[in-house]
Design a protein around this ligand. Structure first.
Ligand SMILES: [Zn+2]
Length: 193
């Protein structure tokens, strides 16, 4: 499986591994091997090793704590104490080690525990700092991805312009078109607008 990394933050990309949360949720971390694949694609570790079912369950719990805390940040609300505690505890473990191998090449070492600790650390930095004010929810219909709005004008609306932005534009175009037809300019054929 190819995972998306469009949030401009590792912790938010991790939260996005549960998609379409409010309509038809799909957990992209369905199997332990999915978590290993995510960790590798996220560039966190070269060899995540074998992931146990228990580790996957824990990863999902941390992911949901991150998601809820991000939503709280986006709304300017308080984070749940239990979520903060989980993110904090998880971050205390050993982290992924990134070591220079040669010019242009690094080695990233760590199993799933180290990967989770690193994600939780990054989440802690985000939620504990000023960037928490940049957390946004994608404006795409049904899309529940979160991202950081680092645009200069502070007007980023989409998790991904291609995935959600162009789809929304196409829908708006269809609405305008059908609206024009429905409002019944009698002379206008479907291709005349
Ligand atoms: Zn989106």
């Amino acid at each position: 499986m190819d995972f998306f990394f469009v949030s401009d933050h590792l912790a938010l990309d991790f939260a996005a591994t549960l998609t379409w949360r409010t309509t038809h949720p799909i957990d992209l971390l369905a199997e332990p091997t999915d978590l290993a694949a995510w960790a590798t694609q996220a560039g966190l570790t070269d060899h995540p090793g074998r992931v146990s079912r228990a580790a996957l369950d824990r990863a999902r719990q941390v992911r949901e704590a991150i998601y809820r805390t991000a939503v709280a940040a986006e709304r300017g609300a308080d984070a749940a104490v239990a979520d903060v505690r989980l993110i904090r505890e998880c971050a205390r473990g050993p982290q992924v080690v990134v070591a220079l191998k040669s010019l242009g090449e690094v080695e990233r070492r760590g199993g799933v525990d180290e990967v989770l600790a690193t994600v939780a650390t990054r989440a802690g930095e985000l939620f504990g700092g000023d960037d928490r004010h940049l957390v946004r929810v994608c404006a795409g219909a049904e899309c529940t991805r979160l991202f950081l709005d680092r645009s200069r004008a502070g007007n980023r609306r989409w998790c991904d312009k291609l995935a959600c932005g162009s789809r929304a534009n196409a829908a708006a175009y269809r609405r305008r078109k059908s609206g024009a037809l429905a409002s019944g300019s009698a002379q206008a054929g479907p291709y005349d607008t």
